[in-house]
Design a protein around this ligand. Structure first.
Ligand code: F0G
Length: 454
């Protein structure tokens, strides 16, 4: 089995602690069995997300010191646009405070009531913004995308026949855009292939449908293309990124993942699109040259974007995740395979077959993992779906407890600890029961909702 080797040195550390089991029990009760509501003082390994939690580099921190704090025309912004041009080839850059702000602006500019947005899979915030603008999300993933135990390399591919069928059903003019998410967050960080993107673009262009690319984990998707797609095996991450971008009309990303900084942006070469979005930027985010980010973050983003194109950086998260998934598989714990781009995802339906979906197996598993290990994971299942217009639960396609592996933060021995505790829980899975809501917000309920054991 391959062992990932870190191509970096750790020079600043942050201590953590493992609270005793009694405190963990009290903490998860106080948190309403929702891991979002835990305080980090009660958390040993924080695997809630890789968003804004990746280790920053010395060069990113150094760049922050030279930030040009101007409301308008900041040189920091132009260093960001230079990086975007060099890496992706885009001329127009719209900074935003994070990914969901970019999604808000895109929905505001391009989604009209009654429109449909096609995608390989939804993300919680992207769906919320499209629906708030009066649009509808249609997921057109391939039939094998939801098989959690699999060796299919590109479960994030968009299904071209379903794309064609959607054009026939809705008419191209009703399709605001087709969105490709790299990598599909909610179904296990699964990538799409370059060939799939090329074909999606071909069909989209034929019908004048813009292709929107969510590049929040773009360097990971590029790394998977390098590893899994024969035609691109010998290419560098930089070359693959350029190759990908030639098919993209509008690019956006959360800067908090691949780019390892708290921020986000939209980029394009289409001046009309740019002009449609730009007027809304100062309304919701900030002036054109900062868009809700601090200039320090803009500087760190410019450096983070360049660094994510390095082989050692693009591979660092994915290789650790693969190691983690292999550890779990060896111990008989059902994890999503192939290993994906942001986390190790444990399949709660296979882990807890005795908990029915309306009792939220993924939420129950996330709470139980915390209790037995002090590790904070995230529910990615039915709790992460909001109710329909009639007030009924919408069953999620998958029930996953997501253990994110922030890049260059945790060590292999910490991953071994995690695998050991989760395997222990798997051997004692009958101890785990289901959950029900006791407090439930109307939108994105998973953030603040509180639950109790049924
Ligand atoms: N798109 C994808 C694919 C994401 O994974 C995220 C965030 C966003 C958009 C929104 O970006 O957080 O900067 O506003 N994912 C985080 C996560 C929250 O934990 O997976 P944001």
């Amino acid at each position: 089995r391959s062992i990932p080797i870190e191509m970096h040195k750790v020079r600043i550390v942050q201590s953590t602690q493992l609270p005793p089991i009694r405190r963990r029990l009290a903490a998860i009760q106080e948190a309403g069995f929702n891991t979002f509501l835990l305080r980090t003082r009660d958390v040993f390994l924080d695997m809630l997300t890789d968003s804004g939690t990746n280790a920053m580099s010395d060069n990113q921190l150094a760049a922050m010191m030279r930030a040009d704090d101007a409301y308008a025309g900041s040189e920091s912004f132009y260093r960001l646009t230079d990086a975007v041009k060099d890496i992706f080839g885009f001329d127009y850059v719209i900074p935003a405070h994070q990914g969901r702000a970019a999604e808000h602006l895109l929905a505001k500019a391009f989604v009209k009531p009654g429109d449909v947005v096609l995608m390989n899979y939804h993300f919680t915030t992207s769906k919320a913004h499209i629906e708030l603008a009066g649009g509808k999300v249609l997921e057109i993933f391939t039939d094998d995308a939801l098989i959690t135990k699999s060796d299919i390399p590109f479960k994030g591919n968009l299904d071209l026949e379903k794309f064609e069928a959607a054009i026939n059903t809705y008419g191209a003019e009703k399709i605001a855009y087709v969105r490709m998410e790299a990598t599909t967050n909610l179904i296990g960080g699964q990538p799409f292939s370059l060939e799939n993107l090329r074909q999606v673009k071909e069909l989209a262009a034929k019908h004048k449908i813009p292709l929107v690319f969510d590049g929040s984990l773009i360097s990971e998707n590029a790394y998977f293309i390098q590893n899994r797609e024969k035609a691109f095996g010998g290419r560098s991450i930089k070359e693959i990124l350029k190759e990908l971008m030639q098919y993209v009309d509008i690019f956006y990303m959360s800067g908090r993942k691949s780019a390892a900084v708290r921020g986000g942006m939209i980029a394009t070469n289409n001046k009309d699109f740019y002009n449609q979005i730009l007027p809304w930027l100062p309304v919701y985010e900030g002036f054109a040259t900062y868009g809700g980010m601090s200039t320090k973050e803009i500087e760190a983003m410019a450096v983070g974007l360049r660094e994510m194109t390095e082989q050692e950086v693009a591979s660092s998260g994915a290789d650790f995740i693969e190691y983690f998934v292999n550890q779990l598989e060896e111990k008989g714990v059902p994890a999503v395979t192939p290993a994906g781009g942001l986390a190790c995802h444990v399949d709660a339906r296979r882990f807890l077959p005795h908990i029915a979906q309306p009792q939220y197996p993924a939420g129950a598993l996330a709470a139980a993992i915390y209790l037995v290990s002090g590790i904070r994971s995230m529910e990615r299942g039915t709790i992460s779906m909001d109710r329909d217009a009639q007030g009924n639960d919408v069953m999620s396609d998958l029930e996953l407890a997501r253990l994110a592996v922030p890049r260059r933060v945790y060590t292999m021995s910490q991953l071994d600890y995690a695998a050991d505790r989760i395997a222990w829980l798997h051997n004692h899975r009958d101890l785990v029961g289901g959950l029900r809501f006791v407090e439930e917000p109307p939108v994105l309920r998973f953030f603040f909702g509180r639950l109790q054991p049924v």
